[in-house]
Ligand binder design. Structure first.
Ligand SMILES: N[C@@H](CCC(=O)N[C@@H](CS)C(=O)NCC(=O)O)C(=O)O
Length: 213
C-alpha cells in the first residue's frame, strides 16, 4: 500500500528537512519526490499548480488530496491531522506557533542565508555573510536563553516548535557559525537527536525520488 504522505523536496533544503523530520519522528513513512531546483523543476507550471510559491517543500496528503506548502504550516497541519507534537494545551499550541513565526523571521532566514553563501550555493559578499551570521548569533542567543532550565521549547515534551527550530539550528555549522557559546542549545539538540525516528539531514532525504519502504 502506498504511503499517505508524499513529500516533494531537495536534500539540501532546510525547510524540506523540517517536514521530513516531522514525518520521521511521527513514524509516518512517506513517498519522496526529488525536485531538481537546478533544472528549474520548481518553476514548471505543473509544479506551481500544486505549490503556488514555486518552492520546496510541497506535501501531498493522498488521503484527501490536499497540497500543502510553507514548512511551518505543513508542520501544523501534520500535528493536527496525525495528532502528534502539536502541544498539550491551547496555550502550548499558541506558543509553538509563536516560536515558529519567530524562527522564520529571525533564525532560519539568517542561518539559511549565511549557509548558502558559505557553501557557494548563492553568490554573496563577505559583508553579507557577516551580516547574516551576526543576525544568526543574535537569534541563537535568544533561543539559548529561553532553553536555560528547560528541556523543550514549549511545555514538557517535543512539539513542532522543536522540530521546526532544530531544522534551522542543525545547519548553523555549515553556515560557519561557532555553536560553542550556546550550551543550552547543544543539550536540547542532543535530546532531539535521541528521539526514536530521528535522522540527520545527511541521511533523511534521499538524492532521488523514492517510494516509502
Ligand atoms: N518559507 C518557506 C521557504 C521555502 C524555501 O525557501 N525553499 C527554497 C529551498 S530551501 C526554494 O524552494 N527555493 C527556490 C525558490 O525560491 O525559487 C518554507 O518554510 O517552506
Amino acid at each position: 500500500m502506498s504511503a499517505r504522505f508524499e513529500l516533494h523536496g531537495i536534500f539540501v533544503s532546510g525547510p524540506s528537512y523540517k517536514v521530513g523530520l516531522m514525518l520521521s519522528l511521527a513514524g509516518q513513512a512517506f513517498d519522496y519526490v526529488h525536485v531538481n531546483l537546478r533544472e528549474g523543476e520548481h518553476k514548471r507550471p505543473d509544479y506551481v499548480a500544486k505549490q503556488r510559491y514555486g518552492q520546496v517543500p510541497l506535501l501531498l496528503d493522498k488521503s484527501n488530496g490536499r497540497q500543502l506548502c510553507q514548512s511551518a504550516a505543513i508542520l501544523e497541519y501534520l500535528a493536527d491531522t496525525i495528532a502528534k507534537f502539536g502541544g498539550a494545551t491551547l496555550d502550548e499550541r499558541l506558543q509553538a506557533r509563536e516560536w515558529m513565526f519567530w524562527d522564520f523571521d529571525r533564525l532560519s532566514s539568517s542561518i539559511y542565508r549565511a549557509r548558502v553563501i558559505k557553501l557557494g550555493i548563492r553568490p554573496g559578499t563577505p559583508e553579507m555573510l557577516e551580516e547574516y551570521s551576526g543576525l544568526s548569533r543574535v537569534a541563537l542567543k535568544v533561543l539559548d536563553e529561553h532553553l536555560a532550565g528547560r528541556s523543550w521549547i514549549v511545555g514538557e515534551g517535543l512539539t513542532i516548535a522543536d522540530i521546526d527550530i532544530y531544522g534551522a539550528v542543525v545547519f548553523a555549522g555549515e553556515a560557519g557559525i561557532d555553536m560553542v557559546p550556546y550550551a543550552n542549545i547543544a543539550a536540547w539538540m542532543k535530546r532531539v537527536e535521541a528521539l526514536p525516528g530521528f535522522a540527520p539531514p545527511a541521511s533523511l532525504l534521499p538524492h532521488e525520488s523514492k517510494a516509502a519502504a
